[in-house]
Design a protein around this ligand. Structure first.
Ligand SMILES: Cc1cc2nc3c(=O)[nH]c(=O)nc-3n(C[C@H](O)[C@H](O)[C@H](O)COP(=O)(O)OP(=O)(O)OC[C@H]3O[C@@H](n4cnc5c(N)ncnc54)[C@H](O)[C@@H]3O)c2cc1C
Ligand SMILES: NC(=O)c1ccc[n+]([C@@H]2O[C@H](COP(=O)([O-])OP(=O)(O)OC[C@H]3O[C@@H](n4cnc5c(N)ncnc54)[C@H](OP(=O)(O)O)[C@@H]3O)[C@@H](O)[C@H]2O)c1
Length: 433
């Protein structure tokens, strides 16, 4: 923050400037004391108390509303070429941000749309890429820049489709908008370029500003932080699965995951913010055993957990259940896990789901190790789960309940009550998406 004092020195030298760190906020009560601060700090300053004019601008601390332009330190593949699950690791520097995070938090990333897709869309709409349009914060920008940085052009929702059809006046779209199931089917795997290139749905916008007026804001995406602030101070790491799929004969990519996988490199700036996740925390007592279940990118926060436990020199045993399709291409952080396993600090159970004719998932390994898991739980272990919310999280919880029931000799209701008690004691925590 830059403080400008409107007073003046008796010898006519310029007014004093005081620099305050960007994350420092002056409490409202102290703002009234600023004149006294200046007169105390600069006794030579002529300060008629009544005529003193004080002007200050406050720089907000970095947050979701005011994201920090973090420098990319590096992007590297985690899985090997040919993997069915393309996973990358990204390191950002938080230096100079004043941002801090706790192991278990997530990072919000402000993505940018693929410029190639933006160019195709502008061309299909017959608009001028240089035409000035309002951006989402009200400032004007050329259409191309605004579409890359500010607007959602891929997530087709009912609202956008309705506004599009107010211009297109397509009977086909009107019928789709009337029917919930048809609408769901239509928007799945389609984006604005599909509308712009579909003869039945085409809209003729009078100008570029009229087009951006129908678009929602490009939203940030959250990623579980895959680093511990104590292991790598001033840095933050992510483990990201690139979302790629083909739909309606066109290859497509998730906005943020492919932004990080394809379009950033060391030295670039990416806007980020810290998203606090109080419900995903290591036990305060470092001797507490922890069981972590994180197939796929679900491994991300557990990298932060093992880094934190090592940084703390914590004695508590760790057990990681990981899963991915093939051993040959899909191991993650093998080089970091191997020494932990060798030193006996971490027990590793890996479910290679497609290395055999039938699927093996993390919950199958949990079932095999049920008795030992039960012993860990009875020894006070905390149980963590991260990754796919739709299928994995439900199946893993089901297996956990089965283990409690079988080895704890409990009925279904009693097992549920046991898990509820664990949850209340913060010994059962989930970070699923
Ligand atoms: C708390 C939290 C933590 C997370 N942590 C991580 C993490 O550590 N690592 C990680 O990789 N992700 C994580 N995610 C998910 C992440 O936030 C993003 O949702 C993910 O990266 C996809 O974003 P995207 O912008 O790439 O894709 P988007 O542009 O949002 O596209 C995704 C959309 O594409 C469409 N789509 C996808 N596949 C198909 C298909 N086959 N056919 C048709 N349409 C399809 C669907 O509509 C889907 O919703 C986390 C999410 C949350 C909420
Ligand atoms: N909300 C979002 O926007 C968003 C975006 C991206 C990802 N995600 C979710 O995040 C998850 C993580 O993605 P990812 O690609 O890293 O990994 P993933 O799809 O979860 O796959 C990791 C491993 O889990 C296995 N698996 C599949 N179904 C399972 C089940 N019911 N129980 C246990 N294991 C199961 C997979 O096996 P097979 O593949 O061989 O069956 C694979 O070996 C995705 O599943 C996706 O649902 C959400």
């Amino acid at each position: 923050m830059l403080l400008l004092c409107g007073g003046f020195f008796k010898d006519s030298t310029p007014p004093p400037l005081a620099f305050i760190p960007p994350h420092y906020q002056i409490p409202p009560t102290q703002k009234r004391l600023l004149p006294r601060f200046f007169s105390d700090s600069f006794p030579d300053l002529h300060l008629p108390p009544i005529t003193l004019q004080l002007k200050y601008t406050t720089m907000e601390p970095y947050s979701m509303k005011n994201p920090f332009p973090a420098t990319v330190l590096g992007v590297r593949p985690v899985t090997k070429p040919g993997s069915a699950k393309e996973t990358i690791h990204v390191d950002y520097s938080l230096e100079g941000s004043g941002l801090s995070y706790t192991t278990g938090d997530a990072l919000g990333v402000i993505p940018r749309n693929d410029p190639a897709l933006v160019d195709q869309l502008i061309e299909a709409l017959g608009l001028d890429p240089a035409a000035e349009v309002p951006t989402t914060d009200g400032t004007p920008a050329p259409l191309r820049d605004a579409l890359i940085n500010c607007y959602d052009i891929t997530g087709l929702k009912k609202g956008t489709l309705t506004k599009w059809n107010a211009v297109a006046q397509s009977d086909k779209l009107a019928a789709i908008l009337e029917n919930k199931d048809e609408l769901k089917n239509f928007v799945w795997g389609r984006d604005l370029l599909d509308l712009a290139t579909c003869p039945d749905c085409k809209a003729c916008f009078p100008d570029a500003a009229a087009f951006v007026a129908i678009l929602p804001k490009l939203t940030p995406r959250l990623y579980s932080i895959a680093s511990s602030p104590d292991a790598v101070p001033g840095q933050v790491s992510l483990c990201v699965g690139a979302v790629r799929y083909t739909s309606h004969d066109r290859q497509r990519g998730g906005v943020c995951s492919t932004f990080m996988a394809d379009r950033i490199q060391a030295g670039d700036k990416v806007k980020v913010f810290v998203h606090c996740n109080k419900n995903f925390r290591l036990p305060e007592d470092g001797s507490t055993p922890i069981i972590m279940v994180g197939p796929g990118t679900g491994i991300a926060p557990f990298r932060a957990f093992w880094q934190q436990r090592i940084a703390d020199n914590a004695s508590g045993p760790m057990w990681l259940f990981f899963g991915n399709p093939y051993k040959a291409t899909d191991s993650c952080y093998e080089d970091e896990l191997a020494p932990l396993v060798e030193s006996g600090k971490l027990k590793l159970s890996v479910a290679w789901s497609r290395d055999q004719a039938y699927k093996i998932y993390v919950q199958n390994l949990m079932e095999q190790a049920g008795e030992e898991i039960w012993q860990w739980l009875e020894n006070g272990a905390a149980f963590y789960m991260c990754g796919d919310a739709n299928r994995m999280a439900k199946d893993v919880e089901k297996e956990l309940l089965a283990i409690i029931s079988k080895y704890g000799n409990r009925s279904e209701e009693e097992a549920a009550a046991y898990l509820a008690d664990m949850k209340a004691a913060k010994r059962y925590q989930k970070d699923v998406y």
